[in-house]
Design a protein around this ligand. Structure first.
Ligand code: AMP
Length: 302
């Protein structure tokens, strides 16, 4: 199967996270980081982002060692984007304590001439205006997917809606779908969001799985059942990495491909939550992904 490179823009961050099982301080995180660490199993990924002069070089090196193209990550004078949050025993809900945009505040992303011909674009969670600027620089992409969060729905709704007109696949969690659409019921919310532009909507529901909505079908994918969950941070982005990664290996986007991609997404997310930061994704092997994919099939057959 042909490998199609993916261009991803999003945050590369230092995260401080507390869960009922432990905490990490200023660990490597960010939406583009988790996405690329997952999608790289399927296709090469180039990341566009900015970090501050305080960003540890070892983190960029770690991303390179995973095979991620970091040449689009600018290092600017100033502080790196930081996010801090915590989870209670309901691990499905992240409580944000602080979001410090820092160098992202004045970032003007530039897409290299080579990356402008990317066929797959993933706009990981970051300011929708930055997502739009990157997308505008890519000539005729075949597939554009986009993620967001409540922070942007509340602060940049107009920019987000403008962006959604140009997006094929939109991913968000159930609370965000409700907030964006103004509808509590998820079927009604999906119809409203699909009317904004995307042809596929993926609503993530944490440990309760994901629902894929298009105007022609609905698919319910459970989350993989785990005995140990340490840190759900990045679950959504690693899901997106597995999902979009798998799509790059398929010549078309139909219902059965979407169903398989959703399971690959769930597999990547399930590994990610087994440890803090990117620790588990860094060690992960392709055979482990396939093993869990097969187990998923046995668990859900009826
Ligand atoms: P997830 O758990 O998949 O939704 O994403 C977690 C990652 O998103 C963390 O590593 C954070 O650094 C990053 N993040 C949190 N808030 C924002 C934000 N407002 N914009 C961009 N990235 C963010």
């Amino acid at each position: 199967m042909k490998k199609n490179p993916i261009l991803a823009v999003g945050s590369v961050a230092l995260d401080t996270v507390k869960t009922p099982f432990g905490r990490v301080n200023e660990a490597l995180g960010g939406s583009a980081t988790y996405f690329s660490a997952s999608a790289r199993f399927f296709s090469p990924v180039s990341v566009i982002a900015v970090v501050g002069s305080d960003f540890p070089g070892k983190h960029l090196e770690a991303m390179r060692l995973l095979g991620v193209d970091t040449s689009g990550i600018e290092v600017q004078k100033g502080k790196t984007f930081r996010w801090s949050g915590f989870y209670d025993f309901d691990l499905n809900t992240a409580h944000t304590l602080r979001t410090e945009l820092n160098v992202f505040q004045h970032f003007r992303p530039k897409v290299s001439p080579e990356a402008r011909s990317s066929r797959y674009v993933f706009l990981a969670n970051i300011d929708p205006e930055l997502q739009f600027t990157v997308l505008n620089q890519v000539h005729d992409p075949w597939l554009v997917a986009c993620d967001t969060m409540n922070f942007w729905i509340e602060n940049k709704r107009k920019a987000l809606q403008k962006l959604l007109k140009k997006v094929d696949i939109f991913l968000c969690n159930d609370a965000e779908a409700r907030e964006l659409s103004g509808e509590y019921n998820l079927i009604r919310a999906s119809k409203r969001i699909l009317s904004f532009g995307p042809r596929l909507l993926l609503i993530k529901k944490g440990e309760h799985g994901v629902i894929c909505f298009s105007k022609d079908f609905i698919f319910l994918a459970p989350a993989y059942l785990l005995e140990k969950v340490f840190d759900p941070t990045g679950a959504g982005d690693s899901f997106a990495g597995g999902f979009i990664g798998y799509l790059t290996r398929s010549p078309r986007l139909n219902e059965s491909v979407v169903r398989q991609a959703a399971i690959y997404g769930s597999v990547l997310a399930s590994y990610n939550v087994e440890s803090f930061s990117l620790n588990r994704l860094v060690d992960l092997k392709r055979v482990e992904i396939e093993r869990r994919y097969r187990h998923f099939r046995r668990l859900t057959r009826f």
